[in-house]
Design a protein around this ligand. Structure first.
Ligand code: UT7
Length: 336
């Protein structure tokens, strides 16, 4: 009998500092009307002191998840961390979380799949579980993005979209007839590196002569940039491709989905996907209005809030969907 990957707990942590669209309109030429109409975002959270790093946010979410699962840090035998905004250029945040939690010297793996971090992470964890290499796994998805945004009119297209936050899941390998058909049922992942330059932050990096030059800072190249329309179109196509593939190969219909937890990049993207799949608004969980795009952390924050609101009950069929920089995309199908 195959081992199943079951979510034992999920938690999130966001900084307390709320930054409204109105606040942003004081430092750049933008408006609440533009941001709300184009994205659905009303506010986001930013770290309130520059001393808070990505691993520190991830750690808060991880500690909550571990407590909810009734685990101790020494029980964990694998950490998977997903972020595009690590504390250091290297090493990744997985080892920092391993150390700060006081875990044993277990493997700590960092995933660089940007907004698809959660869906890639769950797929990877399911592989560890099915090959019996790990039993109690901590997945941490965390981002501190506010310090790299260009919070002036020059950077407004990106700056209004992103926020800081973290989510964490405790996932356990279980076996036996009682768990048949439970946990992660399937994952579908994809990538297309021809889109790497469409949404990226190139500097600092080894493709830049000198890695990081004084002129890169003075000429504001140390910020992310994006061709929003190209990303938007690709996102809608790939998210629908992912959802229909997962449904088809598991002999399921859209109406069987209990709750869709989509990445939170743009409410218009999620509405298009929802309409094309024929889902009702009650079948989809969105919270982009309150957090903006927290990249790898969007889906675990949605999952944690859905759990708190009682929308994830034993037996609920859950689908995750994500698309982001790379391009990378994918989804997971889970029976709660
Ligand atoms: O998580 C990773 C995946 N990311 C995504 O999926 C994001 C995908 N893309 C998007 O969400 C949308 O393309 C955006 C929200 C980024 C932009 O929306 P849009 O409807 O594609 O707007 P646009 O690019 O057509 O921009 C329209 C206008 C431009 O002015 P002109 O040239 O028409 O005069 C922009 O300069 O809006 C201007 N603009 C802004 N105006 C006020 C761009 N950013 C802003 C801003 N405030 N923040």
């Amino acid at each position: 009998m195959m081992a199943q990957s079951v979510v034992r707990s999920v938690a999130h942590f966001v900084p307390s500092k709320r930054v409204t669209n109105e606040d942003l309109s004081k430092c750049m030429d933008t408006s609440d009307a533009w941001i709300t109409e184009r994205t659905g975002i009303k506010e986001r959270r930013f770290i309130d002191t520059e001393s808070i790093s990505t691993s520190a946010l991830g750690l808060e979410a991880a500690r909550k998840a571990i407590t909810l699962a009734g685990w101790e840090p020494r029980d964990i035998d694998l950490i998977v961390a997903a972020t595009l905004s690590p504390d250091y250029y290297f090493p990744g945040i997985g080892v920092m979380i391993q150390h700060q939690l006081g875990c044993r010297t277990i493997p700590a793996l960092d995933i660089r799949a940007q907004c698809s971090g959660l869906v890639y992470g769950l797929s990877c964890i399911d592989g560890y579980v099915k090959s019996r290499q790990a039993k109690k796994i901590l997945l941490v998805c965390a981002e501190v993005q506010s310090p790299v945004l260009d919070l002036t009119t020059r950077g407004r297209e990106m700056a209004v979209l992103f926020g800081d936050g973290a989510g964490a899941l405790c996932i356990e390998a279980v076996e036996g007839a009682a768990f048949e058909g439970r946990g992660i049922l399937d994952s579908y992942l994809g990538s297309d590196g021809s889109g790497a330059d469409v949404l990226c932050m190139k500097v600092p990096g080894t493709a830049t002569p000198g890695f990081l030059r004084a002129s890169d800072i003075s000429e504001a190249r140390v910020h992310p940039h994006m061709d929003g329309k190209v990303v938007f179109k690709n996102a809608v196509t790939r998210l629908i491709e992912t959802a229909t593939t997962l449904l088809k190969r598991n002999n399921l219909q859209a109406r069987d989905i209990g709750l869709l937890l989509p990445h939170q990049a743009n409410l218009r993207i999620n509405e298009m996907v929802r309409e094309q799949l024929g889902l009702s608004p009650q079948q989809v969980f969105n919270n982009i209005d309150r957090y903006g795009n927290t990249t790898a952390a969007t889906i675990p924050i949605c999952m944690s809030e859905a759990m708190e609101q009682g929308r994830l009950q034993p037996g609920t069929l859950v689908m995750t969907l994500a698309f982001g920089a790379g391009f990378t995309w994918g989804g997971n199908l889970m029976r709660w």
